[in-house]
Design a protein around this ligand. Structure first.
Ligand code: AMP
Ligand code: MG
Ligand code: MG
Length: 314
C-alpha cells in the first residue's frame, strides 16, 4: 500500500517532490524557447545562462525549500534571492508512484538536515541556445553522507521525432539506492564496437588525446552530462570520457546515482569516486569518466594518458 505522504520517510518525500517539480521545470524551458527571447547572459568563457536556467532554478529551489526547509540545496545559478518567483512555479505536490515505494531501511531514518540536493536547472545550455533541444536535461541529485544516493533526470524534449506537440514530449527518470530506477529501460551497447561520448562544446587537446588513446570506433559529441549518461543507460555508448575541468557536482550527482543503481560507474579520470558533501568544491577538477557497466571502467581508466592525468588534480 502507498505510504501516506506525511508518514513516508523524508528521503522518499524529497525524491517524490523532485519528480513532481521537474515537470513544471520542463514546461518553463519550453515556454521560454517558444517565446523566442532566451535572455542569454555570459557567465564566463563558454558558459551561458538563459532565462530558462534562472526561472527553473527558482522553481525547483523554492518548491523544495518550502517543503524541506532543513535540507541543503545547491543550484548552479547564482541568483538574486530577492528575484521574482512566480506563484505558478511553486509545486508542492508529491508524486504518488515514488511514495508507493518502500524506502530501504538504511535510508528511512535519515533526517532532513543530512540531505544535500544538487540542482542543475538546465544541463546543456549551450545546446539549448543552438536548438539541439534533446540534449537538454533538468537534474536533481540527492546526496547523503557525501554519496549520490538518488535523483531525477528530466529530459523535456524526449521523443520529439515522434510526438509533434512539444508539451507532450519529455520523460522523467528517477531512482534511489535500494529501490531501483524507473522511467527508462536499460539496454546493453553493441559488442565488437567501442563508442565513446564526450562534450560537444567544451572540447580541448587533452579531451581529444584521451579519447584517441582509447581507440574508439565512434565518438558521439553531444551536449549535457545528463544526456551523455542517458546514452550510456540506453546502450548507445560504452563510455563517457571528459578529461578536462568544467563539469560540476550538479552535473554529475543525479546521473551518477542513477547510473550506479543500474550497474554502471562514474568517477573522475583517476578512478576516484566523487563526493557530494555540501562544503565540497563544486568543480569536478579530475574530469569525468563513466561507463555503462562498472566491470569495463578499469579498461578505460588504464588508458588515460599520464600527461593528461597530471593536468587533472583529483
Ligand atoms: P558538456 O559535455 O560540454 O555539455 O558539459 C557538461 C556539463 O559541464 C555542462 O553543464 C557544462 O556547462 C559543464 N562544463 C563542461 N566544461 C565546461 C567549461 N569549460 N566551462 C563551463 N562549463 C563546463
Ligand atoms: Mg550542466
Ligand atoms: Mg546548467
Amino acid at each position: 500500500m502507498a505510504a501516506s505522504s506525511s508518514a513516508a520517510p523524508v528521503l522518499l518525500r524529497i525524491l517524490s517532490a523532485s519528480v513532481s517539480v521537474v515537470n513544471r521545470a520542463g514546461r518553463i524551458i519550453k515556454d521560454v524557447m517558444r517565446k523566442g527571447d532566451l535572455g542569454i547572459i555570459d557567465k564566463g568563457i563558454d558558459d551561458l545562462q538563459t532565462e530558462a536556467d534562472r526561472s527553473v532554478q527558482h522553481c525547483i529551489v523554492t518548491s523544495l525549500s518550502r517543503q524541506f526547509p532543513k535540507i541543503s540545496i545547491i543550484g548552479e545559478e547564482e541568483l538574486d534571492s530577492e528575484g521574482k518567483v512566480l506563484d505558478e512555479w511553486i509545486v508542492t505536490s508529491l508524486d504518488s508512484d515514488v511514495l508507493a515505494k518502500k524506502c530501504p531501511e538504511n535510508l528511512a531514518s535519515i533526517p532532513e538536515e543530512k540531505v544535500v540536493v544538487w540542482v542543475d536547472p538546465l544541463d546543456g545550455t549551450s545546446e539549448y541556445t543552438q536548438g539541439l533541444l534533446d540534449h537538454v536535461t533538468v537534474l536533481v541529485g540527492i546526496a547523503v553522507n557525501g554519496k549520490a544516493i538518488g535523483g531525477v533526470i528530466h529530459q523535456p524534449y524526449y521523443n520529439y521525432q515522434v510526438e509533434k506537440d512539444v508539451y507532450k514530449q519529455g520523460r522523467t527518470l528517477w531512482g534511489m539506492n535500494g529501490i531501483g530506477v524507473f522511467g527508462i529501460e536499460k539496454k546493453a551497447p553493441c559488442e565488437g564496437k567501442r563508442i565513446i561520448t564526450t562534450t560537444r562544446s567544451h572540447s580541448n587537446k587533452n579531451v581529444n588525446l584521451t579519447i584517441d588513446a582509447m581507440k574508439p570506433d565512434e565518438v558521439l559529441r553531444v551536449g549535457g552530462a545528463g544526456h551523455k549518461v542517458l546514452l550510456l543507460i540506453e546502450g548507445r555508448a560504452h563510455a563517457y570520457v571528459f578529461a578536462s575541468k568544467g563539469c560540476k557536482k550538479w552535473d554529475t550527482c543525479a546521473p551518477e546515482a542513477l547510473l550506479h543503481i543500474l550497474g554502471g560507474k562514474l568517477t573522475d579520470m583517476h578512478g576516484n569516486s566523487l563526493e557530494y558533501h555540501k562544503d565540497i568544491q563544486y568543480l569536478n577538477s579530475g574530469g569525468v569518466l563513466a561507463t555503462y557497466d562498472a566491470a569495463v571502467h578499469e579498461w578505460y581508466r588504464e588508458r588515460v594518458p599520464e600527461e593528461v592525468k597530471k593536468t587533472l588534480p583529483p
